[in-house]
Design a protein around this ligand. Structure first.
Ligand code: KIV
Length: 267
């Protein structure tokens, strides 16, 4: 497909049995490259706070930062659907805040949908944003903004009771009008059951192969994040040593006077 992808295209992919590919991006050059490869959805994730800004978790990320990164992504004019994360404290306080901040990500950030974390507890928030005609991607299971409640990044839904609660969450967010849902860090059988029961697409991260699509953080798959390497990440490249080599060569050549040469100079 060589035209702009919409939420309707993403939903149709589930109906057609075509897997949905999602990657995070936070800037113009990465977006140009991954969009050229035909990625379906670009998520401007609040993971930017960890992999780009160096925070320990996503909690410090602000709406301003999300608007800045979303604008940079959109300037690359991707064909992929652009979804922007609503950061911590931008939707938990009340429905008015949620509506205003979702609106900012669309109006100022120029995203085409927003994502927020939570299940039954955020169903009224999802409904309020969807009523403004802003598509919402939900996110349940291991929700990084709940790190302190979860006591760390732990797989969710292993116990029967927790699994039942996640199933209720999945139905509640679909009922509230979410167009898709990220399932993070849950057992693959539970993800399979949710995927089979829901009409909206499920996008898995650490949720096994049965989801309708998969999402990963771009810095993780390129080997650019040395801090963490969760079990669910597959590294498709090791770019850190490549960058190290280039920077070391540059330092050596400048110090040794072999760069720049006449070829890099003006007469
Ligand atoms: O912030 C993010 O990158 C995310 C994905 C990992 C799902 O929420």
């Amino acid at each position: 497909m060589n035209r702009k992808k919409t939420v309707l295209d993403i939903q149709k992919m589930k109906a057609d049995g075509e897997k949905i590919t999602v990657l995070t991006s936070y800037d113009y050059p990465f977006t140009r490259i991954m969009d050229g490869c035909g990625i379906d959805v670009i998520l401007v994730g609040d993971s930017v706070g960890v992999v780009v800004a160096g925070h320990d978790n996503t909690l410090p990320v602000t709406v301003e930062e999300m608007v800045y990164h979303t604008r940079a992504v959109v300037r690359a004019e991707p064909k992929a659907l652009v979804v922007a994360d609503m950061p911590f404290m931008s939707y938990q306080t009340d429905l008015r805040d949620a509506r205003l901040n979702a609106g900012r990500l669309i109006k100022d950030g120029r995203a085409e949908a927003v994502k927020l974390e939570g299940g039954e507890n955020v169903a009224p928030t999802i409904r309020a944003i969807v009523e403004m005609d802003i598509p919402v991607m939900a996110h349940i299971g291991l929700t990084p903004q709940s790190i302190h409640r979860m006591g760390g990044y732990r797989v969710q839904g292993k116990k029967e009771e927790q699994a039942e609660s996640l199933l209720r969450d999945a139905h509640a967010i679909q009922e509230a009008g979410a167009f898709a849902v990220v399932l993070e860090g849950i057992p693959l059988k539970l993800a399979q059951r949710i995927t089979e029961e829901l009409d909206i697409p499920t996008i898995g991260i650490g949720a096994g192969p049965h989801c309708d699509g998969q999402v990963l953080v771009i810095h993780d798959i390129l080997g650019l994040c040395e801090k963490y390497s969760p079990k669910f990440v597959k590294r498709y490249a090791e770019l850190a040593p490549v960058i190290s080599r280039a920077v070391s060569d540059y330092i050596t050549e400048v110090k040794g006077g072999t760069f720049p040469t006449d070829a890099h100079s003006f007469k």
